[in-house]
Design a protein around this ligand. Structure first.
Ligand SMILES: Cc1cc2nc3c(=O)[nH]c(=O)nc-3n(C[C@H](O)[C@H](O)[C@H](O)COP(=O)(O)OP(=O)(O)OC[C@H]3O[C@@H](n4cnc5c(N)ncnc54)[C@H](O)[C@@H]3O)c2cc1C
Length: 317
């Protein structure tokens, strides 16, 4: 019987592990197939406090992992394939190799940006292709960019990028945006923003760094290459929550619903990071949520222990 299992090895899961381990809970962390989570896919992290020179995503993962293990976290390099959270504690967690029982669970399975799925995209991530303006905008001072998408995120991030870029071209497959009217008005007022309507990206071109995109006008079928320095993609985020469907409350997009102490709809099951946070989506905020979830799990386990112990006679003087 485990005290607490942590699902996911991104900043949220590893920070939860550090806190849970330092609370003497000897947590078991299941990494999932993406060791280190999304941050481990990037080359430059310049906004995580404590690293004034920056560091790479894989370095951040290694350091967090080392810190979690130093205090007694046990790490399973496996993936959770099923859970039963309906009748617990104990909850059941199944991986490819083992079935576990645990008194508490911290879900930190994160999310993933929806990709364009075009040639060049995967090879050029971190080399001009990005899914996060807050993370990478700073690297594009004086450059010309493309933002793909037509919703609130595309406009919000596009507007943010105008702080650095000379020009931000918003490529949208339709001739109307889904974004709210205030953002649309703000974008229309911004001289650095240019809309390219009825158009999709068919390829991202570059050898080691983005050099151009191939664009296709969906009305005329005309396809052409356009030189560009960077491509920011905002066509949605997908939380990794399919395992919990029907067991935990989720919103319409599949993000776990938590209260302000990160309790999910099942007592004893907590969520941390992008699996519930659709707003901030940063390594530091995810790490913060990991800390909170572990502290709450510790309190939950202490209360559970109280319930199982016989009540001693009142001490009187
Ligand atoms: C290219 C890129 C660059 C970025 N750059 C920055 C940056 O510079 N600064 C910054 O602050 N943020 C950056 N971000 C955002 C940051 O990476 C995320 O906010 C952060 O990683 C979210 O952490 P998380 O722990 O919530 O989830 P994730 O990082 O998404 O980690 C999820 C974890 O859950 C695991 N998992 C999933 N399913 C299962 C399962 N079934 N069983 C077990 N485990 C599972 C995965 O293997 C993974 O380890 C960047 C993101 C991307 C994509």
């Amino acid at each position: 019987m485990e005290e607490v299992m942590i699902l996911g090895s991104g900043p949220a899961g590893l920070t939860a592990a550090i806190y849970a381990a330092r609370a003497n809970l000897s947590p078991l962390l299941v990494t999932g197939s993406e060791l280190g989570g999304q941050i481990a896919t990037t080359t430059d992290v310049e906004n995580f406090p404590g690293f004034p020179e920056g560091l790479t995503g894989p370095q951040m993962y290694e350091l967090m992992l080392k810190q979690a293990e130093r205090f007694g976290t046990r790490v399973e390099y496996d993936e959770v394939t099923g859970v039963d959270l309906t009748q617990g504690p104990p909850f059941r967690v199944k991986t490819h190799s083992t079935e576990y029982q645990t008194k508490a669970v911290i879900i930190a399975t994160g999310a993933r940006p929806r990709k364009l799925g075009v040639p060049g995209e995967n090879q050029l991530i971190g080399r001009g292709v990005s899914y996060c303006a807050t993370c990478d905008g700073f690297f594009f001072r004086g450059k010309e960019l493309i933002v793909v998408g037509g919703g609130d995120s595309a406009l919000q991030e596009g507007l943010f990028l105008t702080k650095f870029a000379t020009k931000v071209n918003i490529v949208h497959r339709r001739d109307q945006l889904r974004a709210g009217p205030t953002l649309q008005a703000r974008a229309a007022r911004n001289e650095k923003i240019n809309f390219i309507w009825n158009t999709v990206v068919t390829e991202i071109v570059g050898n080691g760094a983005v050099r151009a995109v191939r664009l296709k006008d969906v009305k005329t079928g005309h396809e052409y290459e356009r030189p560009i320095d960077g491509v920011f993609v905002y066509i949605g985020h997908l939380p990794n929550t399919h395992l919990f469907q029907g067991q935990l409350d989720m919103d319409e997009e599949g993000y776990l619903i938590v209260d302000n102490r990160l309790h999910t709809s099942v007592p004893g099951v907590f969520a941390a990071g992008e699996v519930h946070d659709r707003i901030f989506r940063q390594a530091i905020t995810s790490a913060g949520f990991g800390c909170m979830a572990a502290m709450e799990a510790e309190k939950y386990l202490a209360a559970l222990e109280d319930r199982l112990q016989p009540v001693p006679a009142a001490v009187s003087r």
